[in-house]
Design a protein around this ligand. Structure first.
Ligand code: SF4
Length: 276
């Protein structure tokens, strides 16, 4: 079958940097830990684990050694806890995520209550919350009803959300009581480019595949957006998950991938599809 690949897809700068740091650290250090998964992609994490990276969920499982901070960042308390264990820290937090952590702190220092639009269970969001003193995560209108908004509000967004969703939430917030509203666009441009390119492509194909980790927020958002424009959209991790029945009767397939999906996963998938 004919396969078209989105113009912009796959690894972003932040993810590339985190993987390079992990590989360099593994080559030069003895005991290397990562708090959580360095990026949200099981194929990449498996390779790094095979090369010696120890992914732990709990800081108490870290003995002496070196700790990589994943691309999504870590809270201030987690960083202090790691330091108190005498471990060396190598920070692979994406620069754009660090910027959002700094913006949240600055807004608090200027007297704004921070409203962070995003998914409260996502590690990036949890880390940003951990750097601010007066901050609430909002995912929908229901969350807004639960908090008092009668003060100066500073609104920011999880980097990987879509511009449309951020705009909807701003509209909701703006309809409530507040004394001042400051909005800072903290969306990642890399994510936006992937979203625009995927939406463009999915409109012109019979079936659309979005490749990437099931936990990856930016991949899930890509799949959600594609589904809105092409019902026949599937979020898969790699070629092994492709059910050939899905493509029966289809002539053109589109492929895109989240910012944490490596090229070799995309290439293998495209080759597999082309053979059908
Ligand atoms: S998607 Fe954007 S914010 Fe997330 S790691 Fe990549 S560059 Fe950084």
């Amino acid at each position: 079958m004919k396969v078209l690949v989105a113009e912009t897809c796959g690894f972003c700068r932040g993810v590339k940097n985190a993987i390079t740091l992990a590989q360099e650290t593994l080559a030069t250090h003895e005991k290397v830990y990562c708090l959580g998964h360095i990026i949200h992609n099981d194929d990449v994490v498996r390779k790094l684990t095979q090369a010696g990276l120890k992914c732990v969920e709990n800081i108490d499982d870290i003995e002496d050694g070196t700790v990589l901070i994943r691309s999504h960042g870590a809270t201030r308390a987690e960083i202090e806890h790691i330091k108190s264990k005498g471990a060396e820290i190598i920070d692979a937090t994406c620069g754009l995520v660090k910027r959002v952590q700094q913006i949240a702190q600055n807004l608090n220092a200027q007297g704004y209550k921070v409203l962070l639009v995003g998914d409260k269970n996502h590690p990036e969001v949890r880390a940003i919350v951990g750097w601010a003193d007066d901050i609430c995560v909002v995912a929908g209108a229901d969350d807004l009803r639960k908090i008092s908004l009668d003060k100066k509000l500073g609104v920011i967004c999880q980097t990987t959300q879509s511009a449309g969703y951020f705009a909807e939430m701003i509209k909701e917030i703006a309809s409530r009581d507040f004394s001042e509203l400051k909005i800072i666009n903290t969306l990642c441009k890399e994510t936006k480019k992937r979203q625009n390119s995927a939406v463009e492509l999915c409109k012109n194909v019979d079936i659309m595949f979005v490749l990437g980790g099931l936990q990856s927020a930016n991949t899930r958002k890509l799949a959600e957006l594609c589904k809105m424009h092409n019902e026949c959209t599937y979020h898969l991790q790699n070629l092994s998950e492709l059910d050939q029945e899905l493509v029966k009767g289809k002539k053109i397939a589109g492929v895109t991938a989240g910012a944490s999906t490596p090229d070799w996963v995309i290439d293998e998938f495209v080759e597999g599809l082309e053979k059908i």
